[in-house]
Design a protein around this ligand. Structure first.
Ligand code: ZN
Length: 153
């Protein structure tokens, strides 16, 4: 399942990447360019505004109603009956995260205390960003997953 989020849904796009969904997001993109990518790459458009979609006749979209990011995620997982998530993608660029095999490789790339306290790191294939087990991002993912499970169960 692949998404492209409209300009209003930047936070939702980051949360979806965290949950492992291939999600494109561009802060500045025209409606027509967004639609073109959605068609070319067979992506579901996530949008707060169906106005432009009505005129295009394009049907592969999901209207997101809430203003709250967590509620938006609940809307989406319910509408698409999503129950499981994939390993996180890079929240910055949607890239795939690769496990770093040799810890020493990241020595110069993360703060020293992070290097000392963690043994497992991953690196984004796209932008090179480094992630580690105890990072805010990983903890945040756990929290979001827990809350979604509470609601789903
Ligand atoms: Zn990245």
């Amino acid at each position: 399942m692949k998404f492209i989020a409209d300009a209003m849904l930047g936070r939702l796009a980051r949360w979806l990447r965290l949950l492992g969904f291939d999600t494109l997001y561009f802060r500045d993109i025209s409606d027509s360019a967004l639609l073109k990518i959605a068609k070319q790459e067979d992506r579901l458009v996530l949008t707060r505004d169906t106005h432009f979609l009505h005129f295009s006749g394009f049907k592969n979209y999901l209207l997101i109603k809430s203003n709250n990011t967590f509620e938006q995620l609940v809307e989406l997982t319910k509408a698409l009956t999503i129950k499981e998530f994939n390993p996180s993608r890079c929240v910055k660029c949607n890239g795939i995260l690769i496990d770093v095999i040799g810890k020493k490789d990241v020595r110069m790339l993360v703060p020293e205390h992070i290097y000392m306290q963690n043994n497992r790191f991953s690196r984004c294939e796209g932008c090179g960003n480094i992630y580690w087990e105890g990072s805010h991002i990983k903890r945040f993912r756990e929290k979001v997953c827990d809350r979604l499970e509470d609601i789903g169960g």
